[in-house]
Design a protein around this ligand. Structure first.
Ligand SMILES: *Cc1c(COP(=O)(O)O)cnc(C)c1O
Ligand SMILES: [Zn+2]
Length: 483
């Protein structure tokens, strides 16, 4: 399937008006030499198949551009200009995450890119009073502004573009996209798959029954996916789809699929661009669930650093709930131990055995070392992190609340300091998690959440008669002087 793509002549600015040094690179033609590479045994495999684990040793795969070094011929300063000028083009396939095609996933031709409006989400300065309460100034990157209202759209845009490319180049007649989900992966997968040719592509999502919000459940249903609910938590769903992906002809769309990670690197590229590529003393605060996102963000910044597009790698502060914190425990003790999760309002990150942990562990050891911090926060702090931020003009989800709670704690512990540029990842939109807000307002949390609502955060509708006089009396309104 091809999306209508505009040619440069539709652009208000003509090619010859761009600086001559930019012109040859403005529309990316570079395709690199990208292969799957096993993170343990180093075996490589061609992209002419859907692979999720190494056929030899069963370890995770990543994607590697074996020609990456040739990108270094272009100086970092020029790359910055290329990406900035490219934003002026009106070419659909370059409007989203493929703005950064050469470093994101060069082997997908622009004609196969599926763009549904993802990426380039707002970076909003936190309200000053909120900053004061949290103890430090910060910025919120609103990934809830993506089409299915979470960052998962970034990875899905690369995965579905790859499927689209594979259908065309391999002549596939049947593709069954499948994923396990804490809610947002299935919303994104169902959305993007539904855009492709229905004669060829079918969409199936597996959800843990009762463990996704009503809004998240409505999304894949609305997109026409087959929605299968099974008992248990996300980790149980994941085991089932892993087995399906191992033994049947399906296309796995969880972040175990390294193509997802490629798209999610765009978060790092955008943050760098939005900060004018000055990453000195930057802290990125990220909620961690299956650890795909934190992997992608790290890999994205490494790309930029390797090409001298940014001067420094940022600090990464990973945040987890005490009810699901295997990565924090690993950071504190040095040993990784999968855990049984307890209910969490940061439900999208409620994962006891993160699939991408081996990648995080390697990236930290090789690149981030002291630059990777991790801490856990209580459920009460998470929900109030969300409620408080949203009372100051923000629209963060519970995972965004988790990030803010983590930032507050890191500030108290001296892990972040004033003067650092802090970017908080609000991974989805407030509206996806309004049921948790409602449970708070109505004091309906089951005991295992360990949440006791405080009066100051509660808000409820007031029922009055349809009478201006009654409402004016209730609001203690002063009468206008009669003229
Ligand atoms: C998936 C998700 C997370 C966790 O991201 P991982 O890549 O699984 O670590 C956090 N917040 C939201 C809103 C999500 O959908
Ligand atoms: Zn291997």
């Amino acid at each position: 399937m091809k999306q209508a793509s505009h040619s440069l002549k539709d652009t208000a600015i003509q090619l010859e008006e761009f600086p001559s040094e930019i012109r040859p690179y403005l529309i990316p033609a570079y395709e690199g030499d990208v292969v799957y590479e096993c993170i343990e045994c180093g075996s490589t495999y061609a992209l002419d198949q859907f692979l999720y684990t190494c056929p030899r040793c069963k370890s995770l795969l990543r994607l590697r551009n074996r020609d990456f070094n040739s990108l270094k011929k272009i100086p970092g300063t020029l790359w910055r200009k290329i990406f900035d000028y490219r934003k002026l083009l009106r070419i659909e396939s370059l409007k989203g995450i493929f703005l950064f095609k050469e470093i994101l996933f060069p082997s997908i031709p622009l004609e196969d890119v599926i763009y549904l409006g993802e990426g380039h989400t707002a970076l909003v300065r936190a309200n000053p009073e909120l900053s004061e309460r949290v103890g430090i100034e910060f910025l919120v990157k609103n990934d809830g502004f993506n089409p299915s209202a979470s960052f998962k759209d970034r990875g899905m845009a690369s995965a579905i573009s790859f499927i689209n490319y594979s259908i065309r180049t391999r002549g596939l007649h049947e593709v069954l996209g499948i994923c396990a989900s804490t809610g947002d992966t299935s919303a994104a997968a169902a959305l993007y798959l539904s855009y492709l040719d229905k004669q060829v592509v079918k969409s199936v999502v597996l959800l843990p029954r009762g463990k996704v919000t009503p809004q998240q459940l409505s999304q894949p249903l609305g997109s026409g996916a087959t929605v299968i609910e099974i008992p248990g938590v996300f980790d149980d769903c994941m085991k089932v789809v892993e087995e399906l992906a191992e033994n049947y002809q399906v296309c796995l769309l969880n972040s175990k699929n390294p193509i997802r990670i490629m798209g999610q690197k765009s978060y790092a590229y955008e943050v760098a661009q939005q900060l004018d590529y000055d990453t000195r003393n930057v802290v990125i605060v990220i909620p961690i669930g299956n650890a795909g996102n934190v992997t992608a963000v790290m890999e994205g910044f490494i790309d930029l650093y390797d090409l001298s597009i940014i001067p420094e790698l940022p600090f990464i502060l990973g945040v987890q709930s005490t009810h699901a914190n295997p990565v924090v425990q690993w950071r504190a003790t040095g040993t990784y131990q999968p855990m049984k999760v307890r209910p969490s309002v940061a439900q999208a990150a409620m994962i006891g055995d993160p699939v991408s942990f081996p990648k995080v562990s390697k990236l930290v050891g090789q690149y981030f070392k002291e630059r990777f911090l991790a801490l856990s926060v209580e459920e009460q702090e998470i929900i109030e992190g969300m409620l408080e931020a949203n009372r100051y003009g923000h629209v963060v989800c519970t995972q965004g609340g988790e990030s803010i709670a983590g930032l507050r704690k890191a500030r108290v512990q001296g892990l972040v300091k004033p003067g650092q540029t802090v970017v908080v990842d609000s991974t989805s939109h407030q509206l996806k998690f309004s049921n948790f807000q409602q449970m708070y307002f109505e004091n309906r949390y089951p005991a295992e959440y360990e949440i006791t609502p405080q009066e100051k955060f509660i808000n409820k509708p007031i029922v009055l008669d349809a009478s201006a006089e009654t409402i004016a009396r209730f609001l203690h309104l002063k009468k206008k002087q009669s003229r």
